[in-house]
Ligand binder design. Structure first.
Ligand SMILES: [Zn+2]
Length: 378
C-alpha cells in the first residue's frame, strides 16, 4: 500500500464507531444501534425487488477491502472510467470511493446509457487518456467491439486495465476481453448486500475477504430461487472445492451456521489451505451467477459460466456471449469476427455436441457475426 493510501486507510478506520469489530457492530452492541448508511435493492430469482440496507461500518469496511485490492491494480496516476451501476446499488459509489482512496482520478459514467451512451464513453476514454475501465464484462465486450467497428477508429490504447464487476465471467472469457482491449483483465466479486466479498490475487483467483467474512456453501434447494434467509441444512464438508449456494457470515461468528445468510448466488468455494499459487490462505471463490439462473444437471447445478468455459475453450470466438436459461437447458449466442463462420453449420453442431457431452444438459447454440451482435441479442 502506498503511503497516502495507508493514511487514508487509517482515517477510514477512525471513522468506525468505537468497539466495532471487523464485521461491524451487532444490534444493540455498545449500547447503540448500527447506523444505517445506504439503501440499495436486490432482485430475486422471480424478478421481484427487495430493499437492502447497509450499515455505516459495514460500508466503510467493504470499501477498505476494495481499496486494498485496487491498490494492487491501480496507481495515483490512473484515470479510471467507472461504468458500473449507481442507481439503487452499492457498486458504483463503492468503487468510486475506493479509487479515490488510491488517489486516482474517476470519470463516473454509470450504466443508464442516456447521458453517456457508449460512443460518448469511448470518446471520454480517448479524450482523457483513461487508463482503466471498471464495468460488467458484457459492457467491456460491447465497447471494444464498438471501438473496433467505428468509422473513425477510437484510440483506446491508453487503457491498460479492465476491472470487471457485476456479472459472473469465466477466466477464459476474461482473457478474451483483455485481449480485445490489449489490456489486463480481472474481476472483483460482491453481492447486492455485500459489495466486496472476494478480491483478485496476482494469479487472477478471487480470494474471500476472510478478515470480515466467513464463506460456506450449501446444496442448492429444489426451488432454486435463492431467497435471503438463515442458512441451515445441506451444508457441505470443508476441505475440497465445493459447489453450491454461497452463505456469508461475519468472520468473528463462533456459532456454526447461526448467522450465515443465503445469498442466492451459485459459487464454487475452495479450501482455506493456501493451495492457490499466490500462497494466500483465504478460500478461492469462483462466481457462477445466480442460483435461479442455473440448470439442474445429473451431477448438480450447471451455470452459464460452465457453458462459457467450454465455449471459449474450443472455438475462435469473439468475447461476446449471451446465455438464456430455458426449461432444462440453455440458449447460447456467440459471435465470430468472420462472417463466413456464421454460415458454417458444422461450427454450430460441433459446439453443441461438445457442450452437451461435457455439461450433460441441453444447449442450443446460435453463432452470429460480431457486426450483427446488437440486433441478435436485443
Ligand atoms: Zn491466489
Amino acid at each position: 500500500m502506498s503511503e497516502s493510501t495507508s493514511r487514508l486507510y487509517e482515517r477510514f478506520l477512525e471513522l468506525l464507531a468505537p468497539g466495532a469489530g471487523p464485521a461491524g457492530p451487532t444490534a444493540g452492541a455498545n449500547g447503540r444501534e448500527p447506523v444505517r448508511a445506504r439503501y440499495g435493492e436486490r432482485i430475486d430469482g422471480e424478478g421481484r425487488t427487495h430493499p437492502v440496507v447497509i450499515t455505516r461500518d459495514a460500508w466503510i469496511l467493504n470499501q477498505i477491502d476494495m481499496a486494498l485490492s485496487f491498490d494492487q491494480l491501480l496507481t495515483a496516476d490512473d484515470v479510471v472510467v467507472v461504468a458500473a451501476p449507481y442507481e439503487l446499488s452499492f457498486v458504483g459509489a463503492g468503487v468510486d470511493r475506493a479509487i479515490e482512496m488510491i488517489g486516482a482520478s474517476v470519470i463516473s459514467v454509470g450504466t443508464s446509457n442516456t447521458i453517456c451512451p457508449m460512443p460518448r464513453l469511448l470518446g471520454l476514454i480517448e479524450e482523457y487518456g483513461a487508463t482503466a475501465l471498471v464495468c460488467a464484462p458484457s459492457l467491456a465486450t460491447e465497447l471494444a467491439s464498438l471501438a473496433a467497428s467505428a468509422e473513425r477508429p477510437f484510440d483506446r490504447s491508453s487503457v491498460r486495465s479492465v476491472i470487471c464487476v457485476g456479472e459472473a465471467c469465466s477466466r477464459k472469457r476474461l482473457d478474451r476481453i483483455g485481449a480485445a482491449w490489449g489490456a489486463r483483465a480481472c474481476a472483483l466479486y460482491g453481492t447486492p448486500s455485500v459489495p466486496t466479498v472476494a478480491v483478485p490475487c496476482a494469479y487472477g483467483a478471487l480470494h474471500v475477504c476472510d478478515d470480515r467474512l466467513r464463506a460456506s456453501v450449501r446444496d442448492v434447494p429444489d426451488g432454486r430461487t435463492g431467497p435471503e434467509g438463515t442458512g441451515e441444512g445441506g451444508r457441505r464438508p470443508q476441505g475440497a472445492v465445493t459447489r453450491g449456494e454461497l452463505l456469508l457470515a461475519p468472520a468473528d461468528t463462533t456459532a456454526p451456521g447461526d448467522e450465515s445468510r443465503a445469498t442466492g448466488e451459485l459459487v464454487e468455494l475452495g479450501p482455506a489451505d493456501g493451495s492457490c499459487a499466490c500462497g494466500e490462505k483465504s478460500p478461492v471463490l469462483t462466481p457462477l451467477g445466480r442460483v435461479s439462473g442455473a440448470v439442474s444437471g445429473r451431477s448438480g447445478p450447471v451455470s452459464a459460466v460452465d457453458v462459457e468455459r467450454v465455449v471459449f475453450d474450443c472455438a475462435d470466438l469473439a468475447p461476446h456471449f449471451a446465455c438464456e436459461v430455458r426449461d432444462g437447458g440453455f440458449d447460447v449466442t456467440c459471435a465470430v469476427p468472420d462472417g463466413d463462420a456464421v454460415r458454417d453449420p458444422e461450427a454450430k453442431r460441433s459446439l453443441e455436441k461438445r457442450l452437451r457431452a461435457e455439461l450433460d444438459v441441453d444447449v442450443e447454440v446460435r453463432i452470429v457475426a460480431v457486426d450483427d451482435w446488437s440486433t441478435a441479442v436485443s
